[in-house]
Design a protein around this ligand. Structure first.
Ligand SMILES: *Cc1c(COP(=O)(O)O)cnc(C)c1O
Length: 372
């Protein structure tokens, strides 16, 4: 309702659809996109992102948990929505009511799902080395046994790669071993006459680095948003993908600082000359890492402005001494482009010592999401 109030996210629709087209044009015959819109679409906004996908024609989605899946259904998203995580047995009726697909996190959980008593569409997770979820790929008998459970409507078996961002050395060896273990299981099942299932393995780094391995769905997260996992990650650029998100806020008030004035909690910044300070309506509750206090910048009218003082829950302060004509309402770019300057999400995350997803997924629900 107040989309462009004190701070907001702009989603570039052309860039987003461009990314989807690029990824779809690289798909092997018969392979479908199952974009990953978990964690509020990596902070971008699950509803607006999924609506753009839906309008584009996408009919397969994956999310982390039941509440995310229900949010999409209630926003009118049709097609398959796969929950990649665990759903509490007490909530299984919601899977049925909302026609959601559930991950079988191990064979014991498969029996729990079966005991619900009504047919559920499922994807069986296979552990090939990540050691997070999935039945171990060596347990062929147990996995094959899932097909004898009457209430499981098995769409797929899938696995997840732990190291596909590495293209050489041990990481490459490990990745190829995971893929081998997965392929071996698929062949085993086929040789037992179990063939009515689809396959999926690749998420973003797998698509970027191991795309010669096909399968029936891909599950790209980061790549659909064009985001680099870290500043040295060149895969989005190499694939011709574009950033979708810009993060903006407004100046609330501007004041002069005199020598000796201290800014914000605990007086971590002290002015040693006269300067101009803008308070911006964006804080750590909006997703700005507090660790960046006195260590990072924002863009105002094409100029790089240092953040000064401790970042607060709802405010941060900028040194705008070098920027002409800053006033309440002036736009501040926290991620994105202003004039000739750009701040990428990965740069901000790297400065805070975390990965890009860790910053983007923390962007608050109180920010408006505007499709431009
Ligand atoms: C998060 C996740 C994805 C998407 O991840 P990206 O690396 O961003 O593409 C795909 N599959 C699973 C199982 C995931 O947990």
């Amino acid at each position: 309702m107040f989309e462009k109030d004190r701070a907001w996210i702009e989603l570039n629709k052309d860039n987003f659809i461009h990314n989807i087209n690029v990824l779809e044009s690289g798909l092997p015959q018969g392979c479908r996109m199952m974009p990953c819109v978990k964690a509020n679409a990596f902070g971008h906004g699950a509803v607006p992102i999924s609506k753009m996908l839906h309008e584009h024609g996408t009919r397969d989605y994956c999310v982390a948990c039941l509440s995310e899946a229900v949010e999409l259904r209630e926003a009118g998203i049709e097609g398959q929505i796969l929950i990649l995580g665990y759903t509490d047995p007490a909530d299984l009726s919601a899977l049925y009511e909302y026609d959601l697909s559930q991950t079988v996190v191990d064979c014991a959980y498969g029996k729990v799902l079966n005991a619900f008593g009504k047919p559920l569409r499922v994807h069986v997770a296979i552990d090939t080395g990540m050691r997070r979820i999935g039945e171990r790929s060596e347990h062929v008998d147990e996995i094959a046994g899932l097909w004898s459970l009457d209430n499981l409507n098995i769409d797929s078996i899938y696995t997840h790669l732990s190291s596909a961002d590495e293209t050489e050395g041990e990481g490459r060896e490990f990745t190829l071993k995971q893929i081998e273990a997965y392929d071996r299981l698929v062949n085993e099942l086929h040789s037992r006459g179990i063939t009515d299932f689809r396959t999926h393995v690749l998420a973003s780094s797998g698509i970027a680095n191991y795309s010669e391995h096909g399968y029936d769905y891909i599950r790209p997260g980061a790549l659909i948003y064009g985001i680099e996992g870290k500043p040295s990650d060149d895969s989005p650029k190499r694939l011709g993908l574009r950033h979708v998100l810009e993060l903006k806020a407004k100046v609330s008030t501007v004041r002069k600082l005199y020598p000796g004035d201290c800014v914000s909690y605990s007086r971590t910044f002290k002015a040693d000359h006269e300067m101009l300070c803008a308070s911006v309506g964006f804080g750590y509750a909006d997703g700005m890492p507090r660790e960046l206090s006195n260590r990072w910048n924002a863009l105002v009218n094409g100029k790089v402005c240092p953040m000064i003082g401790t970042i607060c829950m709802d405010f941060l302060m900028l040194d705008v001494s070098e920027v002409p004509d800053v006033h309440p309402g002036t736009e501040v770019v926290l991620i994105g482009k202003s004039g000739n300057e750009t701040i990428r999400a990965c740069d901000m995350a790297f400065a805070a010592g975390v990965n890009t997803n860790a910053v983007l997924s923390q962007l608050s629900h109180r920010l408006g999401r505007i499709v431009v």
